[in-house]
Design a protein around this ligand. Structure first.
Ligand code: PHE
Length: 502
C-alpha cells in the first residue's frame, strides 16, 4: 500500500527544515534562522506538536544580574575585603575601634565574614591579617563574573557557582537580581525526522495564473491540503432553527404537489369565525381568548353574496342540511378585526375568493391567542394550515396525505383520533409519540369541512382541511421541553444547535 502523503503547510516545512541537523533550537532561534515571524513559528510549532513531528520543552530559566548594591560592591569590594585592604594599609594589624570607625555600619558584617574566611585573627583589642587573606573568595569571583558578563543564566553556572550566587543574593536585597525567562525549546521527533525525508521541495504552494499559463503544474506536485487540521470555531450568521424548520415544512408540502398561500395576520371575524360556522356567542370569540383590535371594523361590502349566505346559514341553516344556530346574526360583530386565532382564516378567505373545484394549498403562519405563556403555550405561535379540494376526496385521503407529510419531516409514529370542531365533520386530531417521555403529544386538528362552511362560500366539492402546530414539531425536532426556549436569546444554544437530521 502506498504511504499516504502527510500534508504539510509551508510554515511547517520551513520549521522542520530549520530544525533538521540543528538539534535543539529555541523558539527565537527558529525565528531567526527560518525568517518566519514569531507568530508563524508559534503556530507552526503547535501544529507540528499536535502531529507529533516535534518535541517541545518549555523551560523557565532564572537569569541573574547585579543589583544596584551589587554594582557598588563589585566595584569597591565586599565589606570583608575592604577590611582586609584597610588592615594591609595599616601594616597588617590595627585596633578594633579605629577599624570600626573607618568602616562604619558595615564593620560588623566585615568582621564576621573575614573571620569566617580565616582572613584575620581577632585578638583582645587588635585585629591582624592571616597569610591567606590575599586569596579571592568564590563570592568575589562571582561578583566579578557578573560585572563582566552582565547576565548569567542559571544553565551557564556550575552547581557551586549557583550556590554562591544564591548566597550572594541572600546576603542583601539589591546585591543580585533574578528574573525568569520562559523558553521554548524544540527538536525533531523520530517521526518528524522521517517526514522530513518525504518533503517535496518542488511542490507548488499556490495555484496562480502564472503556474497555469506556464504549464508548470504538469511537472510539479501540488501541495496537499490538510482538510482535518484543527481550525478556530466560527459562528457566522445563520437562520433561526424555527425558520429552517418552516422551510422544511414548505418543502414537504411542495413535494406533495401543494402551493403556498399567504394571508394577513389581522382578519375580520367573518373569516376567522363566522365563515367557519362558529356562532357569534361562542366562547372562543371572547376577549379572554381572542385579541381584538379596538374600534376597528373591516369592510364586508366586498363580499356581499358570501356575507348574506353566511348570515342565513347561521340563522336557519339555509339549505346546507342543518338548522343553523337560530339567532339573529350581526354583520357588525362579523366586521370586527381580530389577530387571527388560527390560520384557517387564510384558507377560508382563499376558498371564498377562488371557489376552486380542485386545489392543494398550504400556509405557514403566526396566530394569536390571549393566553398566559407557559412551557407549552405562547400567546403567539405558528400553524401549518392547508386544504385539498376535489370531487372524490374523503377522510382516507386526508389521513394519507398528512401521514406522508409527517414522515417527510421524520415523524413516523403518528396516530389519528376522533375529536370535534364546529366546522368539520368528521373531525380528527393527530398525535405523535414522544420517545423521550413515552407519551403521545397532540399536534393538531383536521377534518372535512361541513356543508355549512363550503356551501355559503360557493365551493361544491369536498374540502379536506387541517391546522397543525408548528411549534410542537420544532420542540420535538430539537428536543426542547419548553417552547419559550425557542424565542429567547440563547446564543449558546443557537450557535451550537445541530441543524441536520440524524
Ligand atoms: N383551526 C383548528 C385549530 O386551530 C385546526 C383545524 C383546521 C381543524 C382545519 C380542522 C380543520 O386547532
Amino acid at each position: 500500500m502506498a504511504e499516504t502523503v502527510q500534508p504539510l503547510h509551508p510554515i511547517e516545512k520551513r520549521i522542520l527544515k530549520t530544525l533538521s541537523s540543528r538539534g535543539v533550537l529555541k523558539l527565537e532561534q527558529i525565528t531567526e534562522v527560518s525568517g518566519l515571524a514569531v507568530d508563524q513559528v508559534r503556530r507552526g510549532i503547535e501544529w507540528l506538536k499536535a502531529k507529533n513531528f516535534v518535541e517541545v520543552r518549555e523551560t523557565d530559566t532564572p537569569i541573574f544580574s547585579l543589583g544596584a548594591e551589587g554594582q557598588v560592591v563589585a566595584a569597591e569590594g565586599l565589606p570583608e575585603r575592604r577590611l582586609v585592604e584597610l588592615l594591609k594599609k595599616m601594616g597588617g594589624s590595627s585596633e578594633i575601634s579605629s577599624l570600626s570607625k573607618s568602616l562604619g555600619p558595615e564593620f560588623t558584617i566585615a568582621l564576621g565574614n573575614a573571620k569566617k574566611n580565616k582572613w584575620i585573627l581577632v585578638g583582645k583589642n587588635a585585629i591582624s591579617l592571616t597569610s591567606i587573606s590575599a586569596i579571592e573568595e568564590p563570592e568575589e569571583q562571582l561578583l566579578e563574573k557578573l560585572r563582566r558578563e552582565e547576565i548569567l543564566p542559571k544553565e551557564s553556572l556550575t552547581e557551586g557557582e549557583f550556590q554562591t550566587i544564591s548566597r550572594l543574593k541572600n546576603r542583601r536585597p539589591g546585591f543580585v537580581n533574578e528574573v525568569h525567562e520562559k523558553m521554548i525549546e524544540v527538536q525533531l521527533s523520530d517521526s518528524g525526522k522521517k517526514i522530513l525525508t518525504t518533503v517535496d521541495e518542488n511542490e507548488i504552494e499556490r495555484i496562480t495564473p502564472e503556474v497555469l499559463r506556464s504549464g508548470e503544474w504538469k511537472n510539479r506536485n501540488l501541495r496537499a491540503l490538510d482538510v482535518v487540521a484543527p481550525a478556530p470555531l466560527e459562528f457566522p450568521g445563520r437562520r433561526h432553527p424555527m425558520r429552517l424548520f418552516m422551510n422544511e415544512v414548505r418543502e414537504a408540502f411542495i413535494s406533495l404537489g401543494f402551493e403556498e398561500i399567504l394571508g394577513p395576520i389581522s382578519q375580520t371575524a367573518l373569516w376567522n369565525f363566522d365563515a367557519l360556522f362558529i356562532p357569534q356567542q361562542h366562547s372562543a370569540r371572547e376577549m379572554q381568548d381572542t385579541f381584538y383590535l379596538s374600534n376597528v371594523h373591516g369592510d364586508l361590502n366586498k363580499y356581499r353574496e358570501e356575507v348574506s349566505a353566511i348570515k342565513s346559514t347561521h340563522e336557519t341553516g339555509a339549505g346546507t342540511g342543518s338548522l343553523g344556530w337560530g339567532y339573529s346574526w350581526s354583520d357588525k360583530e362579523a366586521s370586527r378585526v381580530v389577530l387571527r386565532t388560527h390560520t384557517t382564516a387564510v384558507t377560508i378567505s382563499y376558498l371564498s375568493e377562488k371557489k376552486p373545484d380542485e386545489a392543494r394549498v398550504f400556509s405557514v403562519g403566526r396566530v394569536f391567542r390571549n393566553e398566559k405563556s407557559n412551557y407549552k403555550h405562547n400567546p403567539e405561535f405558528y400553524q401549518i394550515e392547508g386544504v385539498m379540494v376535489g370531487e372524490k376526496l374523503n377522510l382516507r385521503n386526508l389521513i394519507y396525505i398528512l401521514t406522508k407529510f409527517y414522515s417527510k419531516l421524520g415523524f413516523n409514529e403518528i396516530k389519528f383520533w376522533p375529536t370535534f370542531f364546529p366546522y368539520t365533520e368528521p373531525s380528527l386530531q393527530t398525535m405523535v409519540f414522544r420517545k423521550d417521555s413515552g407519551k403521545w403529544m397532540e399536534l393538531g386538528g383536521m377534518g372535512v369541512f361541513r356543508p355549512e362552511v363550503t356551501i355559503p362560500l360557493g365551493v361544491k366539492n369536498p374540502v379536506l382541511a387541517w391546522g397543525l402546530s408548528l411549534d410542537r414539531l420544532v420542540m420535538l425536532r430539537y428536543g426542547l421541553n419548553d417552547i419559550r426556549h425557542l424565542f429567547g436569546a440563547n446564543l449558546d444554544w443557537l450557535r451550537n444547535l445541530k441543524i441536520t437530521r440524524d
